[in-house]
Structure formats: structure tokens, C-alpha cells
Design a binder for this molecule. Structure first.
Ligand SMILES: Nc1ncnc2c1ncn2[C@@H]1O[C@H](COP(=O)(O)OP(=O)(O)O)[C@@H](O)[C@H]1O
Ligand SMILES: [Mg+2]
Length: 188
């Protein structure tokens, strides 16, 4: 599924919808260049989970844990790490809920991972114009888990949110165009 995100509110909204439908153990891997909107999407995810604490980029802290929402949110940013240091960080402890309660794990720069979850949602953010972005969302991993259901629920949220389905000729996939119908919520 590919969604057009005309502005930061749209990125935030997609994250928020994912936060509303996520289940314990959901893993969201966020790829895309610096500035493509990964942290913005995780801020929406936090909002959707009911986290009021402001979500900041964990570029320096590597992992931020937010425990006040419907489910815990574990936000990892592997940008500054080598694969060897990622191994030491033991990120699989989060999605396997070894020492932490089962929650939602969101990982920026997942290319650095050495071990991947059995199944996950892979989001790739990219520029479409100087301003807007697009996000491609697919289910990844060796098992599919409940991620197809999550994708289906996300699509429903899009349609309920007053969005329209647009076919773009040079892309084979259907494109869901986010329109200017977001609640006027302030972004963190
Ligand atoms: N769809 C969008 N259109 C325009 N700007 C966006 C969009 N999504 C996010 N942004 C903005 O891009 C900037 C960088 O976002 P950020 O989430 O920090 O990127 P990343 O974590 O990928 O480095 C922020 O100012 C954010 O508000
Ligand atoms: Mg970031």
C-alpha cells in the first residue's frame, strides 16, 4: 500500500491510525533518508496509543520507552550505530518482550538490524515533491502475523477519514490520496 502524504500532518495522522490499531508485539520498521518523516510518524503513533508525553527523536539516546499509553511504545533510532553496536543494544528484547511488557516497537534505520522480527510492518518514506512525502507500507518477515489485518484496518481508517482512492498512472498500486481533512491538531 502506498499513501501520499502532502504535509507533516498527514504523516502524523498515518502514525496515529497505526497507534490506534496496533496490538501487543507490533513492530514497525521505518526506512527513509534523514528528514523523510520517520520521527514525525512515530510521534503520531504515540498520539494514537494515547501517549501525551512528547516524543523526541532518540538519535542520541538510541531507545526511548513510553509506558503511559494503551500499549508501551519502544522507539529506537539506529542511525548512529554500527551493526555490531546494534547487536549489543539487543533490540529483539523489545519485540520478544523479554524484560519489558509487550508493546509496539518502532525502529528508525532498521537496515542496521542484525536480527529481524519474524514478521513486521515495513514503512518506507520518500519525497514526492519538494514538500510532500509518500509512504510505502508492506508486510515483511518469514511469517505474516496479523499484519495483513492491520493493513486492512489502516486502509479502512483512510477511507473513513474522508480520503479518496486515486490511481496514479505510473504506479501499479492504488494510491490513497490524503486530503486536507485532518483535525486541526497541533503537532509536537
Ligand atoms: N508528509 C510531509 N510533508 C512535508 N514535511 C513533512 C512530512 N512529514 C514530515 N515532514 C517534516 O519533515 C521534517 C523531518 O521529519 P523527521 O520526522 O524528523 O524525519 P526523520 O526522522 O526521517 O529524519 C519535519 O520537520 C517534519 O515535520
Ligand atoms: Mg528521526
Amino acid at each position: 500500500m502506498r499513501l501520499i502524504l502532502p504535509d507533516a500532518r498527514a504523516t502524523h495522522q498515518v502514525g496515529c491510525w497505526l497507534g490506534e490499531i496496533a496490538t501487543p508485539g507490533t513492530v514497525i520498521l521505518l526506512s527513509g533518508e534523514l528528514g523523510s518523516g520517520k520521527t514525525c510518524l512515530v510521534q503520531g503513533l504515540g498520539r494514537g496509543l494515547g501517549i501525551t508525553e512528547s516524543i523526541v527523536s532518540p538519535t542520541f539516546t538510541l531507545v526511548c520507552e513510553y509506558l503511559e499509553g494503551r500499549l508501551p511504545l519502544y522507539h529506537l533510532d539506529l542511525y548512529r550505530l554500527s551493526c555490531a553496536s546494534v547487536e549489543q543494544l539487543h533490540p529483539e528484547g523489545y519485540w520478544q518482550a523479554e524484560e519489558t511488557p509487550p508493546g509496539v516497537t518502532a525502529i528508525e534505520w532498521p537496515e542496521r538490524l542484525v536480527t529481524y522480527p519474524d514478521s513486521y510492518l515495513a514503512l518506507e518514506l520518500d519525497w514526492i515533491t519538494d514538500q510532500g512525502r509518500q509512504v510505502s507500507i508492506r508486510v515483511g518477515g518469514s511469517t505474516v502475523g496479523n499484519y495483513h489485518l492491520l493493513l486492512h484496518l489502516l486502509q479502512e481508517k483512510f477511507l473513513q477519514g474522508g480520503t479518496s482512492l486515486v490511481e496514479v498512472p505510473d504506479l501499479s498500486a492504488s494510491i490513497l490520496q490524503v486530503q486536507e481533512k485532518f483535525p486541526g491538531q497541533a503537532l509536537e
